[in-house]
Design a protein around this ligand. Structure first.
Ligand SMILES: [Zn+2]
Length: 187
């Protein structure tokens, strides 16, 4: 399964200005030529700034920035998702059981209880209401109406550099965070 590093506003209902985001990632040379553009998803090749603005831990010999064929998506590239009508929840095959923010119990059956970013359920341990937003996912779930997706960056492999994370906050006037999940559906 392909994995992605996602950056998204702290408030998953927020709709930051996607043009401001594009201007920033262009200025930082994180994106290059467009691969696919539509109303709710814009996909770009990685630019020369990608490896500068995404901080890789140790060596990453498999890093590749060019597709090997038309269908190839196993290379680092970038998707700007949104604005979506409603917040989307992205998790992964590796996503662990999230913890209740009130009692720290793990939600064993979270996939059934939290099918969407807006779902609300009650913690089976303490009975308090929890939502996708308030659960502690340990950065293994992304959610939002606008998400910046760095494709083929795997959990623990790399984190967003200051230029990107602070730049997003400054450009959009809101707090952002990041998480890892499976790659969003293509394109
Ligand atoms: Zn609880």
């Amino acid at each position: 399964m392909n994995g992605s590093l996602y950056l998204f506003p702290d408030d998953p209902t927020a709709v930051p200005d996607t043009q401001e985001i594009l201007d920033l990632v262009r200025e930082l040379e994180i994106i290059g030529a467009p691969l696919h553009l539509d109303a709710t998803k814009q996909v770009y090749q990685a630019g020369p700034g990608f490896a500068r603005q995404v901080i890789f831990a140790g060596c990453s010999p498999h890093l590749r920035f060019e597709p090997e064929s038309e269908e190839d998506r196993d290379f680092c590239h970038v998707a700007l998702i949104g604005p979506l009508d409603r917040p989307k929840l992205l998790t992964g095959a590796q996503t662990g059981k999230p913890r209740c923010p009130h009692c720290r119990a793990r939600l064993d059956d979270w996939r059934a209880r939290i099918p969407t970013a807006e779902a609300e359920t009650h913690c089976p341990s303490c009975g308090q209401a929890v939502t996708a937003t308030t659960l502690d996912w340990r950065q293994q779930a992304a959610m939002g109406r606008v998400l910046l997706e760095l494709r083929n960056v795997f959990p623990g492999e790399a984190t967003p550099g200051d230029g990107l994370s602070k730049g997003l906050a400054q450009a959009t006037g809101m707090a952002w965070r990041h998480a890892w999940a499976d790659m969003s559906p293509l394109p």
